[in-house]
Design a binder for this molecule. Structure first.
Ligand code: MN
Length: 255
């Protein structure tokens, strides 16, 4: 199995290192990851500057490793275009910090997995639910098991998996749950400050407000120390209200 690995924390991040070391036991890994942290860049792609792949060494990681001056989505596109063969699987992570609920929309980690789905390559994103220094071992081992299973399991077109692992020792993990995205939003969390020259600047900060952490959500699973797997796709169409908008359309149909 040829596995392309990327992330949004940067090619030197410990989560990517743990993931690469784990996945190379089951396949041929190729790492293309941002040269510096790209957390929360979402699905950005680079159109206005040259992209470069700089070969680097990660001790103990077999296979090619490249630092890229682009985004996580760029890394997946470059991985597809520059390899001698297509990857069989793209794995993005292991991110430091959860990617739950609305966070998937901002996450470079998740966007890389989504880009792989757009490119027709099976993929998953994997994150550990803590920003502190954590042991990525449990998540790395879980990624390896999931990668093996995905080799035999055809995900539907245009879909991928978003995995979140609680930041607790292996023996405290309470199993694996299939989940839907909950809702948590970062709103009204802006620090307004003054720089040394007296000019105002702003800094996003704070914790999210949770509005849906029902038992079937990713938020609830991780809170209960379970590994959360959310199947995801990128069709943002709101099918449930499509029909209900007919009355709106009638009001607009006199063109
Ligand atoms: Mn990150």
């Amino acid at each position: 199995m040829r596995i392309l690995i990327t992330n949004d924390d940067g090619v030197r991040a410990p989560g990517l290192y743990a993931l690469s070391r784990s996945l190379q036991e089951i396949g041929e890994v190729r790492v293309i990851a941002p040269e510096r942290e790209q957390s929360a860049v979402g699905h950005a792609v680079t159109l206005h500057k040259p992209l470069r792949l700089m070969p680097i060494e990660l001790p103990g990681v077999n296979g090619e490793v490249f630092a890229c001056n682009g985004t996580p989505a760029d890394c997946v596109i470059l991985g597809r275009l520059t390899g001698s063969e297509l990857p069989d699987l793209v794995v993005s992570g292991i991110n430091g910090g959860a990617n739950l609920a609305e966070e998937v929309l901002y996450s470079g980690t998740v966007s890389a997995a989504m880009e792989a789905a757009i490119q027709g390559i099976p993929s998953f994103a994997i994150s550990v639910a803590s920003y502190d220094e954590v042991d990525f071992g449990p998540a790395a081992r879980f990624a390896r098991r999931l990668a093996v299973l995905l080799g035999d399991f055809a995900l539907p077109d245009n879909s991928f998996l978003n995995v979140n692992v609680p930041a607790v020792p292996s023996e405290q993990i309470q199993g694996v749950a299939l989940t839907r995205l909950g809702h948590r939003a970062y709103v009204n969390r802006i620090d307004r400050r003054e720089d040394p020259r007296g000019e105002t600047y702003y800094w996003f900060s704070g914790n999210p407000t949770e509005s849906d952490s029902a038992p079937d959500t990713d938020i609830a699973a991780v809170t209960a120390n379970k590994i959360s797997i959310t199947p995801a796709h990128f069709d943002l169409t709101h099918y449930e209200i499509l029909d209900n908008l007919n009355s709106l359309l009638e009001g607009l149909c006199e063109w």
